[in-house]
Design a protein around this ligand. Sequence first.
Ligand SMILES: *Cc1c(COP(=O)(O)O)cnc(C)c1O
Length: 362
Amino acid sequence: MENRLYNFSAGPAVLPETVLQESKAAILNYDNTGIGILEMSHRSASFKKIALEAKDNLKKILSIGDDFEVLFLHGGASLQFHMLPLNIACNQKTAYINTGVWSNKAIKEAARLGSVLIAASSEDLNFSYIPSLKSDQLDNDLAYLHFTSNNTIYGTQFQSEPDSNDILLACDASSDFLSRRINMDRYGIVYAGAQKNLGPAGLGVVVIRKEWLSKSSDDLPPMLSYANHAKSESMFNTPPAFSLYVAGLVFKWILHSGGLVAMEKLNQEKSDVLYSVLDKSDFYTASVEKGSRSSMNVTFRLPAINLEDKFIAEALQAGFSGLKGHRLVGGIRASIYNAFPLQGIKDFVVFMQKFESDNLIS
Ligand SMILES: *Cc1c(COP(=O)(O)O)cnc(C)c1O
């Protein structure tokens, strides 16, 4: 598509071009119904089919069956910080791993409602690594162990699920959901805000073990009750319909591309290209040690802050947008979610190498 930059934005973020083209057509006239997708009743047969297909395709992608329910909710990931302990903790203790800003927000909401054990933390080194966990310290009566699988701000990522001693996991997977395979047998719930890997902002996707739906008390406010949303097939009120539609197209795109096996392989290849340039260079420094590195958000530094500003400005001139690191950590952040093309990384690396030779401090 002409005039589109390579978009390294951390979120809202790049989407597959075929999905954007199809959405564009659907805004005027969805599937020859004569009605645009933004103008269509969520109770119509057409929209019900969209929602059902999205749910089925997501289950197919995750290889899950009827043990799990899929919910499409409002409020992004952040509402889940509260909904999760409200529905699932129910007078039980919870455990959380603290890997940064988003984990902290989740911990605060859980602590508002009950007792929280911090099972591990990387706060001592400004969240620049993934802490390990001593699972023998976890009580067996915990409601769940919560972790943030990918830490968007710092560029850290769990390389595999934390060891939780049979305690079911609860995961904020906002910035790496559907980027790689996960073993759903170990999870009670996975949730994600859509705007990193799935579609437009506002939508929260929740995959929850069905047996967990009966844990909550019956008198929760209905908009905050998983059981209520499950009972009404995510149509208790008007869902974020357009976001759901686009996420449905992204699910189809993932399936057509070869599912999570293909996503994982591509994301590995993409991030390897970038990290190997960082590791070979004396000019660029990866912010995160091997073993904690994210395949979604690659963070790095240059020798001086003024060079980082120059790098970001010249990168934009060369067609690479959204590279400024989060204000809490500074530096450069290249967010390379599922839809970010390999070719964009190859071109970016050429730019990086030229920038390095032009700006070498001799
Ligand atoms: C972006 C992000 C969130 C917040 O998502 P919202 O949809 O804005 O609530 C939460 N957790 C992680 C890991 C994120 O990257």
